[in-house]
Design a protein around this ligand. Structure first.
Ligand code: ADP
Ligand code: MG
Length: 699
């Protein structure tokens, strides 16, 4: 702790009790030390001066040196404003104020030199500078010798209490100057030396009062290093504690079943990515440590086969395996897939779901306990305590984010040592994020689709042009294909411009009177939902009108068109998941994104990204850049502090990987951080992560 930790905000000169409360509320800072860690979000180079004659509309912030020739108040009532004619000899520019006219008017003088700084605006094809900063040369000189002006985030509330960026800067400068000792270091000295990091005190000074762009860069690097380092150290500490505490079952042999499947039953050649991932899993399973692996692979990348081959390894070693899916229909599909793949191999597979009949269930329980049943596929029903295995060695969890923490962790208790766990997801998240959110898991990635797939063609259409679209759909139907139509909502919401599912289905039936149409949505009973899905999967219905409930895993290879209504309402990852429902057979498939003409910039960008790539990882990266990591699907509720102060998961990927290795190295030598030289690390971890992240959330 520094000397500032005991200093209340209200005692900072110029703050006082009222503003102190505002700062506490708006910035969540409670004392002077925390205040010092409120960093600028950008720095503007104030060394560069422009000439008025070289200004163009696409410059943003500009700085000029010159004199005011004249000023006047023009307009009346609402359009009342103060305008000043400003010149630097090269040309004349209008400065304009809409608020605080009196205040400015009383202070500005003609004929004296000002440094003018502001953001260019264009009005009636004329450039002007609204609400510029005006400084005398003496005031300008106080920015500091680097000429880098820090900008701090402020809120409306803060501004109304005169806590603008400049005021915050004033507070920071005061705090730095008031320190009588250097700010205490938070990284061990040997780390600072080894990685040539700037001491914390110097870094804080540079962040608020930069003296040189290079030093500012070093300051930022040090702070980002520290932030990510402690984040990784914390995650990896859990991981190493777990491998110390939980022994696993070693699957020592790759036996007869695996080999004979590979040689005789595998219906196609594995992709390189599948091979690599199977090797990774095999290596894990061979060790006496519990495997906790996340398998990421885009929709259609062939995860099920990887799961199956992993399960064969379990059976080869005398263990049972279970595979859990979030819905009945998916569980059914998995069962069918496994049965088809395994054909007449000597392996018994069964299905257990909520709708398994009592009598059948009883037999199943008995066969599991006796070990006669090798593989069990099912839904949440697998979790129940009555489901006991003779010797469960591997649990595969499909679409893992659909399961709660507690549900997943209960599978751990189904043997006297925890079985190996393979969790699978088709929601790709960027690698940097995976290292953090799933930081205590090992991650495998299938980054390649099976050969022969025709990439899905995605197009954007405005919804008032749907007539052409229907002609296209009719053509696809005539070729025997099936169609998905997805709506964002089930019931009409307050916003009546969004398509209503029920109206939608009526409309579709009118347009295609002779085509059988089905419907699924979230408010239907599970059994009805399954029946509707099944009817579509069997081809009894040819068009399925649905909400996003069809998102997860369903495989209907004959469906070739995914039509998404009000596509601007969906997030990127949802759009990508929906699109993944088509393109599963050999036919060319299409995804049509229908939107209204009114599109926000963000929506337009999402649509553009969807039309430009089919790569889930690329989409996830873009999503992270647009929304920030904390809002991505699969990262919520992880308890990870995403509001990093200096580092950015989307930008600092390399640094993240680097510090992760640094943290790994430290934990390898000292897994519980008992050594004297790691004492500071332990203190800092405790300080930073006092509310523990529940890592079982993700394993
Ligand atoms: P997902 O990763 O979305 O779960 P699936 O496991 O359902 O994907 O696989 C999608 C389709 O690709 C299935 O029909 C599967 O049989 C097929 N498939 C999987 N691996 C291969 C491969 N190596 N070559 C050709 N087709 C494959
Ligand atoms: Mg799947």
């Amino acid at each position: 702790m520094s000397e500032l930790a005991n200093k209340a905000l209200k005692f900072i000169p110029g703050v006082g009790p009222v503003r102190a409360t505002v700062l506490e509320k708006e910035l969540q800072v409670h004392h002077a030390e925390q205040m010092l860690f409120v960093f600028p979000y950008k720095y503007v180079d104030r060394t560069r001066f422009y000439r008025i004659s070289e200004l163009t509309a696409d410059l943003t912030y500009v700085q000029l040196r010159g004199k005011i020739m004249s000023f006047e108040v023009v307009g009346s009532a609402r359009s009342k404003r103060l305008t000043a004619r400003f010149t630097d000899g090269s040309d004349v520019l209008e400065l304009v104020w809409f608020r605080g006219l009196k205040y400015i008017q009383d202070r500005i003088k003609t004929g004296v030199e000002y440094i003018v700084f502001g953001r260019i605006s264009v009005f009636n094809h004329q450039l002007s500078l609204p609400h510029p900063d005006l400084e005398t040369p003496a005031q300008y000189a106080s920015i500091g010798n680097a000429g880098l002006q820090p900008f701090y985030n402020t809120t409306e509330k803060m501004k109304s209490h005169h806590l603008n960026s400049k005021a915050i800067h004033g507070i920071q400068v005061h705090l730095i100057k008031s320190m009588t000792q250097p700010f205490p270091e938070t990284l061990p000295i040997d780390l600072l030396r080894k990685f040539r990091l700037m001491p914390l005190h110097d870094a804080l000074v540079q962040m608020h009062m930069p003296t040189h762009p290079d030093l500012l860069k070093q300051a930022r690097y040090r702070l980002a290093f520290e932030e990510l380092f402690y984040l990784q150290l914390n995650i990896l500490r859990y991981k190493s504690a777990r491998s110390l505490n939980y022994k696993g079952f070693p699957f020592e042999q790759v036996g007869a079943l695996f080999h004979s499947f590979f040689a005789h039953y595998l219906p196609y050649v594995l992709t390189e990515a599948q091979k690599r991932v199977i090797r990774e899993i095999r290596a894990d399973l061979g060790r006496p440590i519990q495997m906790n692996r996340l398998l990421q692979g885009d929709v259609g990348s062939g995860k099920t086969l990887v799961a199956l081959m992993s399960m064969l390894l379990a059976v080869d070693n005398g263990f049972q395996a279970a595979m859990m899916a979030p819905t009945e229909i998916l569980a059914h599909q998995h069962l069918e897939t496994l049965q088809t793949f395994l054909q007449d191999m000597p392996i018994r597979v069964a299905l257990l779901t909520g709708s398994t009949k009592a009598k059948e269930r009883k037999q199943l329980h008995a066969d599991l306990l006796s070990g006669e049943l090798n593989l069990l596929v099912g839904t949440h029903a697998l979790i129940e305590d009555t489901v006991q295995f003779a010797n469960l060695g591997l649990v595969v969890i499909d679409e893992q984010h659909r399961f709660g923490v507690e549900q997943r962790s209960r599978m751990w208790l189904k043997n006297d040592r925890p079985p190996h766990v393979l969790v699978m997801t088709a929601t790709p998240i960027p690698r940097t994020l995976a290292m953090t959110v799933y930081g205590d898991l090992d991650v495998s990635v299938i980054d390649e689709l099976p050969p022969g797939r025709k990439p899905i063609q995605t197009m954007h259409q405005y919804d008032n042009r749907r007539t052409n679209l229907y002609a296209f759909i009719r053509e696809q139907l005539a070729q025997g294909r099936q169609i998905y139509v997805v709506y964002p909502l089930i019931q009409e919401s307050e916003k009546s411009d969004y398509k209503n599912l029920e109206e939608g289905i009526k409309h579709i039936q009118e347009v295609f009177p002779s085509v059988p149409v089905g419907m699924v949505h979230g408010k239907m009973k599970p059994a009805d939902k399954d029946a509707a899905m099944l009817a579509f999967a069997n081809g009894e219905t040819r068009i399925l009108v649905a909400t996003t409930v069809i998102e997860v895993g369903v495989n209907v290879p004959n469906a070739s068109v995914m039509l998404i209504e009000s596509a601007e309402r969906f997030g990127l990852s949802q759009l990508h998941q929906l699109r993944g429902r088509v393109g599963r057979g050999g036919d060319q498939s299409y995804c049509v994104l229908l939107t209204s003409h009114k599109l926000s910039e963000e929506s337009r960008k999402r649509i553009e990204i969807m039309c430009s790539t089919n790569d889930g990882f690329e989409i996830a990266e873009a999503d992270m850049k647009m929304r920030g990591p904390g809002d991505l699907e699969g990262t919520q509720q992880s308890g990870i502090p995403f509001d990093l102060k200096v580092a950015h998961l989307s930008r600092d990927g390399q640094l993240l990987e680097y510090v992760r290795n640094v943290a790994k190295g430290i934990l390898e030598e000292d897994p519980t951080l008992e050594k004297e030289r790691n004492a500071l690390l332990k203190i800092e971890l405790k300080k930073r992560f006092s509310t523990d992240v529940n890592w079982s959330v993700i394993s």
